[in-house]
Structures are given as C-alpha cells and as structure tokens.
Design a protein around this ligand. Structure first.
Ligand code: ADP
Length: 373
C-alpha cells in the first residue's frame, strides 16, 4: 500500500480550460481546510505549468527524498505540497517536460511520502487530456470539484470537464464559480460584472452541488504574487470568508460520503475455481463467479445508458469466461478485465455486496446453489 492509499479523501480540482483560477482556488481551499483543522496536502499535477511553489511562497525550494527514495512534500502555511516546480529549474526547457510528464505523474501517485493526511487536493492541469484521465483513473479519488468562471459556464466549457469525470466514474462533488463579481474595497458589497448564477444552474442540471462563488478581487492576485495567499494575509477578507464557506460545504459532503460509503474490501484474490473472492472489514468473505460478473456488467457497451436496457447478448459470453485482472477504482469500485477482452466494467462495492454469491448470501436470498461455470 503506498502512502496515497492511506489518505481519507483525495479530491481533484479541475477546470475545462486554463486561467479560470483553478490553482489559486486549490491553494486557498487547501489553506481553508487546514484552518478548519484538517491535515491537508496539495499535489500540483499541472506538470507543464506548475504554480504551487510560487503560490505557496516556496519558489526556491527543491524536493527532498526519504530513505526509501520517496519524494518528501515541502510544507508552508501548514499545507504539504509536491510539484513539478520543486523537481526542476524554473526555466527548464519545455521539451524536457513533455516526456517527463507521465513519469512524474506516476511518481507523484506512488512515490510520495505524504505522512498522515486527512485530505489531499489534486490541482489538475486544465482541460481533459491524458494526464487528467490517468489521474482520475489511478488516484483513489473521493470526487472532483470543477472550477469555472461565469463566462466559461455560459460557453459550456466547464461541462466538458464534468463529463470527463462522469465517463471515468468519478463522482462530482460540486462546482465553484470563480471571478463571479467584484467586491467593493470600501463597503464589501458584491457587484456582478457578468451574468452569474450559471454554476448554480449547471450544478442543479447535473445533479451535483453548488459549492459557492469567489469574487473577482485584485487582492487575491496581489497576495498570490507575493507567495502569501489571501487566506494567510487577510483571513477576514470577504474572499477569505468565501473560501472558508466552500471548505465547510466540502467537509460536510465528505462527512456524508464517509457515512454512506460502502467500505472497501480489505483483500481480494482469484481462487483456483476462477471465482473472485473478496474480504470486507466486517469479516464477510464474498464470492463472485466470472460468468455472473461478466453478464451483469453495467458499462455503456453492455447497457443503454439512457434507457437502462441491456445491450449485451449474454448468450454470446463464453461459458468458461475467466477473470484476467482486477484493480481498484477510486474508493468505491473494482474494474475487472475478462478473458473475452471486455474490460470497461466497473463494479461498485455496494453492488458486489448486494450481488454476493457466497453460500450465506445466496441462502439469504432463498437460492440454493451458486450460479456457476
Ligand atoms: P488556472 O490554474 O485556472 O490556470 P490561476 O489560478 O493560475 O488559474 O489564475 C489565473 C490568474 O487569475 C492569476 O493571475 C490569479 O491570481 C488570477 N485570479 C484567480 N482567481 C482570481 C480572483 N477570484 N480574483 C482575481 N484574480 C484572480
């Protein structure tokens, strides 16, 4: 188990395109969560344009390694962070960055000693490319937060980011609207510069949460440029309060997720019979036959996403279909590869528990014999 697997909640902060304030929000949200008592880390996964060393006032810091050759995060203002910016010279050539990107991402995922963290925020690169998809699939994410400006919301750019997470089965925790109005320096009143409210509408449409909005405020940039974020310099500023309110909303959502989430299996293995055996924190030992798993696949190739109708012709599944591989997806599901080449199915822990074929569960359902190959 690598250090990242022990972190209670990993949250991706994403945006449909660059320049919407995703990194600024990641920094201040990390600080706000720290302020609320959480042990927080920040992974600057924006490989091509790392900004966290500057935002967190550690531009000249360089990464250190421990005795196991794992990277050690740098810490400032109470937030531990890792960034490509700590691994290379600030003006390092872009040509060197490109081939290093995926390698660095793998290292960030598996070879960082995070210590004891409650929450890790991933500041993703903008858009929906390979790095984002790799992180969405390989990091055990609790969910993603989408940052957008009112203009991009209107143009549907934020929706693209949202869709990418849906496609890889990562829950969307909510949407943050940035630069949604201007707060008067003197009276603190919020003036709307663009048509706002789009984030709230989109959140409703996409059945996710509106987490809040951050005003457009030159103080935010000023503080960021000084490497001492607004939440550190001006904790009572209206923008700082907005970050704290979003942190509270997020903490509430994570708390609810903790209460309702089906626990992960503690272990799993493929038995000599070809069945998948799962072990759970409540000592339950589950059993799942490859044929039933394959036949009950819910992926878009097997079930019509809109109507819920089955597309898969189960009579075409070879009776001796076998499980070739199993891996965890986030904190909520397994991805299974079968011998007939099918690999797009995601099996949530809840479904595995509900459809368990161990003797005890089958007897509970009044079934006498296991569905077997
Ligand atoms: P991204 O990570 O989406 O590319 P950044 O966080 O780097 O965006 O922000 C882009 C620029 O916008 C930076 O100069 C930042 O200081 C500024 N900025 C971000 N949010 C705000 C805000 N709410 N008010 C004023 N300036 C902001």
């Amino acid at each position: 188990m690598s250090s990242i697997d022990k972190i209670r909640h990993i949250i991706a902060v994403a945006s449909g395109k660059g320049g919407v304030g995703k990194s600024t929000i990641s920094t201040n949200l990390a600080l706000a969560l720290h302020e609320r008592g959480f042990r927080v880390g920040l992974m600057d996964a924006d490989i091509y344009g790392p900004s966290q060393p500057k935002l967190l006032g550690q531009k000249n810091a360089r990464v250190r390694v421990n005795e196991r050759q794992e990277l050690l995060p740098t810490e400032n203002h109470g937030v531990a962070f890792i960034s490509m910016g700590l691994l290379m010279a600030e003006d390092g050539p872009v040509i060197w960055r490109a081939p290093m990107a995926m390698k660095a991402i793998q290292q960030f995922l598996h070879q960082v000693d995070w210590g004891d963290l409650d929450i890790l925020l991933l500041d993703l690169p903008p858009g929906t490319g390979d790095v984002q998809i790799t992180l969405a699939q390989q990091a055990p994410l609790s969910g993603a937060v989408i940052v957008s400006t009112p203009q991009d919301m209107a143009l549907g750019i934020a929706r693209k980011g949202l869709k990418m997470f849906e496609q890889v089965n990562v829950p969307i925790l909510g949407v943050i609207e940035n630069m949604s109005g201007y707060t008067c320096e003197h009276c603190g009143e919020l003036t709307k510069l663009f048509q706002s409210g789009g984030a709230r509408r989109m959140a409703e449409e996409m059945d996710t949460c509106f987490l809040g909005h951050i005003p457009l405020d030159p103080k935010i940039t000023e503080c960021s440029d000084e490497g001492s974020p607004i939440l550190v310099q001006f904790p009572d500023h209206p923008a700082s309060n907005a970050f704290l309110e979003i942190a509270d909303q997020l903490a509430k959502l994570l708390n609810e997720q903790d209460k309702t989430r089906t626990p992960e299996p503690t272990d799993m293995r493929i038995l000599d019979t070809g069945h998948l055996q799962t072990e759970w924190p409540d000592q339950h030992v589950g059993n799942h036959s490859p044929l039933k798993l394959r036949a009950s696949c819910q992926c878009a190739r097997c079930v019509n996403e809109d109507t819920g109708e089955k597309i898969l012709d189960t009579s075409k599944i070879p009776l001796n279909v076998a499980i070739n591989g199993v891996k965890r997806v986030g904190r909520y599901a397994l991805a299974i590869t079968f011998s007939d080449g099918h690999s797009s199915g995601i099996y949530t822990y809840q479904r595995l528990r509900d459809e368990c074929e161990c003797k005890e569960c089958l007897e509970g359902q009044g079934v006498e014999e296991a569905f077997d190959v």
